[in-house]
Design a protein around this ligand. Structure first.
Ligand code: URA
Length: 212
């Protein structure tokens, strides 16, 4: 498994504003969108392309276009939805599937409550959007789901990650034949006793959409 931690002043600046408890929801949503677009640049580094021939106003030349089948972007509901717009800016022709997963706040275990995905993901590069990689439970379950559907490559885009979550995902998929990459805006210090990332930014879903 590959882990890429963004090391960029613009990402650091936007993350600092995002973490601040005084940042309101509209600003938080805009920053998440901008951060995902920056992270998507790195996350799509291995996306498959094919060579095509085109004619410019000056001459014929060869270029690259996204290969078929197109990538699939899968936001994990609810908080991953706040990342979709930022990802779609870079991959407007990707298909979008949805996975609804919820974490039991006592056991910290993830369970699936909804899914809308292509039945066959063979040959597809799947980009999973989940802002907070905390215990790793949600991503582990999501990755198994996608691998069972035939996903060929999986890349997760996370705004923040905890070392415990990265280690759990790494352990679970150490023998996986499907290449897995995690691209994250920052690797934080630890998880607290409630499973929250420290220093983190609080509950990403609540900060995006309010407490419901
Ligand atoms: N989910 C969140 O929204 N925040 C955390 O810190 C951990 C999991």
């Amino acid at each position: 498994m590959k882990v890429h931690v963004a090391n960029h002043p613009l990402v650091s600046h936007k993350l600092t504003v995002l973490r601040d408890e005084r940042t309101d929801s509209p600003t938080f949503r805009r920053l998440v969108e901008e951060l995902v677009t920056l992270l998507a640049y790195e996350a799509t580094r291995q996306v498959r392309t094919i060579e095509v021939e085109i004619t410019t106003p000056v001459t014929k030349t060869k270029g690259q276009k996204l290969a078929d089948p197109r990538p699939v972007v899968v936001p994990i509901l609810r908080a991953g939805l706040g990342m979709l717009e930022g990802m779609s800016k870079l991959l407007p022709t990707a298909e979008v599937g949805f996975l609804g997963m919820v974490r039991d706040e006592k056991t910290l275990e993830a369970s699936t409550y909804a899914n809308r995905l292509p039945e066959d993901l063979s040959g597809r590069h799947v980009f999973v959007l989940d802002p907070m990689l905390a215990t790793g439970g949600t991503l582990i379950m999501a990755f198994h789901y996608l691998i069972d559907l035939g996903a060929t490559d999986i890349t997760a885009v996370c705004i923040l990650s905890a070392p415990e979550g990265i280690a759990a995902v790494e352990k679970e998929f150490k023998d996986s034949k499907v290449p897995i990459t995690i691209v994250t805006g920052a690797l934080d210090e630890k998880l607290n006793e409630h499973g929250y990332i420290v220093p983190g930014l609080g509950d990403a879903g609540d900060r995006l959409y309010g407490v419901v």
